[in-house]
Design a protein around this ligand. Structure first.
Ligand code: NAD
Length: 547
């Protein structure tokens, strides 16, 4: 298919994520457990490497080596060992991916809904079967612990499982609007769609889009995070093994130039973005300019309110898990605790418990959480902790300068607790690390006022034993996802994601019925077939006379 030349685009300045791997023999920096997993991944999967080779693009059903001149290093955040390199995909390769997706759309969009359902069922089976490979790739590239990496996949798998009900989800409406005249509607795919993912959930976020887009009859271009592309490549290979025709799912890598090509390409009809505010606003505005449908999940500052009547043990343990799990690099991590009234007396115990959390490499069975993603992230987090000190906050537990034995080059930040006020930078900015900001309030109303003045609206939680208190909180808090004695209230995919305020741009949310709406457009048909025009239903054996 002929593709027009893409004009040269003005790009935002690319951030430099690459960290030059220290000069030592390949893989020598990895722990033994990490090394054996890295070798297994490289030998078993076509699209990715964890032993220093290149990550490929997946275009038109082929894993292809890019001809890019710019490559980005992907390193183990626990040791800076080079695992793979991802290409800054060239314009020609990007056009090939869009052409492949456009071509595939012609037949995939007309495939039967049962064909698409069978693909989703097969994919869910293969994802479960290869859980170890996907989770291992996540541990190596992203740094989270192995059980947490399995959770990353599982939350994506739940979207896949929900999509096995696609025939029912796509049922249209039909009514006789007047005598012998019917109106019916069909839910039709949009065309070529794109999914742009962040580093913190390398399996879950691509799986928010792949099954939804494909089951509704679209084709897709996935742009994984350039920092941890491995899980998406394994998932792409599993799509192929599950029988998905070439070109229905494609993967291209890169940073701002690739993202801008997605925004500008007129053949791409919709973009699903998850990531930070800066990229999200840019993609939303640029994508909308070419008439695309865009859904963008952005940053967060999630508050947990601890009431004095809470079950103390449950509240403190929930805070620890939600603030420090995944090294605080979850968009639904609790990053602010508001201790109400006498609950402020629990702060020393919270700090004591947090101190006992073990930071370590993700395959270490005792590790509670791993390193943060990059040296740049580590210094940004440590800078925000320092700013709190300068602005009069109290560092109750200080995770700066944390070391893990045998892994001196890891991006380690230990559990950190900061007593602060709302005017401080550590409260105003998203820290995205294992640092919990603690505020105090006299009353629930005061806590609600703090939360409702915050610009973000991703998640919030309250810990209380009072139904009335919980009810008041649930009704009055202006945040899209509310937990009552539940610290990370991410809805399962029979619901849709419902972050709000500055945590979301767009009109139609991810997955659930929102996901079906996002990836489809309605067509209505109104048809008149007069019953009186029906010819007799009995065969005539008389000589036709045409009278
Ligand atoms: P990020 O915004 O740096 O990157 C996300 C994607 O955008 C990547 O694929 C990247 O290549 C691309 N990108 C980065 N900068 C860009 C730019 N200037 N122009 C165009 N594209 C750009 O995000 P991240 O650091 O990978 O992920 C962490 C962020 O994602 C946090 O802010 C977190 O809250 C957010 N997040 C939100 C949700 C949610 O559902 N609300 C879920 C996960 C992560």
């Amino acid at each position: 298919m002929h593709r027009r030349s893409v004009p040269r685009l003005r790009t935002l300045q690319t951030r430099s994520y690459a960290v030059s791997a220290p000069s030592r023999p390949p893989l020598s920096g990895l722990t033994a457990a990490a090394r054996s997993r890295a070798e297994k991944i490289s030998s078993e999967w076509q699209g990715t490497s964890a032993t220093g080779g290149n990550t490929k693009n997946f275009i038109g059903g082929e894993f292809v080596e890019s001809k890019a001149s710019d490559w980005i290093d992907v390193v183990d955040p626990a040791s800076q060992t080079l695992l793979t390199r991802v290409p800054e995909t060239t314009g020609t390769e990007f056009d090939q991916a869009v052409s492949a997706a456009s071509e595939a759309f012609k037949t995939w969009s007309r495939s039967t809904v049962l064909t698409r359902q069978r693909f989703v069922m097969e994919l869910q089976h293969l994802l479960r079967k290869h859980e170890d490979a996907i989770a291992s790739s996540i541990v190596l590239e992203q740094g989270k612990t192995y059980p947490d990496a399995k959770g990353d996949l599982l939350r994506g798998l739940q979207v896949v499982e929900t999509c096995t009900g696609i025939p029912t989800a796509l049922l249209g409406n039909h009514i006789e609007v007047t005598k012998d005249m019917d109106t019916s509607n069909r839910r039709l795919p949009l065309g070529v769609c794109a999914s742009i993912a962040p580093f913190n959930f390398p399996a879950m976020i691509p799986l928010w889009s792949i099954p939804m887009a494909v089951a509704t009859g679209n084709t897709l271009i996935v742009k994984p995070s350039e920092r941890d592309p491995g899980a998406a490549m394994i998932i792409a290979e599993l799509c192929q093994r599950a029988g998905l025709p070439p070109g229905v799912v494609n993967v291209v890598h890169g940073t701002v130039p690739t993202v801008n090509r997605i925004c500008d390409d007129p053949l791409i009809k919709a973009i699903s973005f998850v990531g930070g505010d800066r990229a999200g606003k840019h993609i939303y505005e640029r994508g909308r300019k070419t008439g695309k449908r865009v859904q963008a999940n952005l940053g967060a500052k999630n508050h947990a309110v601890v009431m004095p009547d809470a079950n103390k043990n449950q509240a403190l343990n929930s805070l620890l898990g939600a603030a420090f799990g995944a090294a605080g690099q979850r968009c639904m991590a609790i990053s602010v605790a508001i201790l109400v009234g006498n609950a402020r007396e629990w702060l020393p115990e919270l700090a004591e418990r947090a101190k006992k959390l073990k930071v370590g490499q993700g395959f270490d069975k005792d590790a509670d959480f791993g390193p943060v993603i990059s040296p740049a992230a580590k210094s940004r987090i440590e800078g925000l902790i320092a700013s709190a000190e300068e602005q009069g906050g109290k560092i109750v537990l200080d995770g700066r300068g944390h070391q893990v034995s045998g892994l001196p080059d890891g991006n380690w930040v230990g559990p950190t607790i900061i007593e602060a006020t709302t005017d401080m930078r550590c409260y105003q900015e998203e820290i995205f690390g294992p640092a919990l900001v603690v505020l105090t309030a006299e009353t629930l109303d005061e806590a609600l006022a703090i939360i409702n003045s915050n610009r973000y609206g991703n998640g919030t939680a309250i810990f209380t034993q009072s139904g009335a208190t919980a009810r008041k909180f649930e009704v009055e808090v202006e945040v899209g996802q509310v937990g009552i004695n539940v610290p990370i209230p991410v809805p399962l995919p029979m619901f849709s994601w419902s972050g709000n305020k500055a945590s979301f741009l767009g009109d139609i949310p991810f997955y659930g019925s929102g996901g079906i709406d996002f990836y489809t457009q309605n067509k209505t048909t109104t048809a008149l077939w007069k019953a009186e025009d029906a010819i007799g239903n009995k065969a005539s054996v008389d000589m036709p006379t045409h009278h």
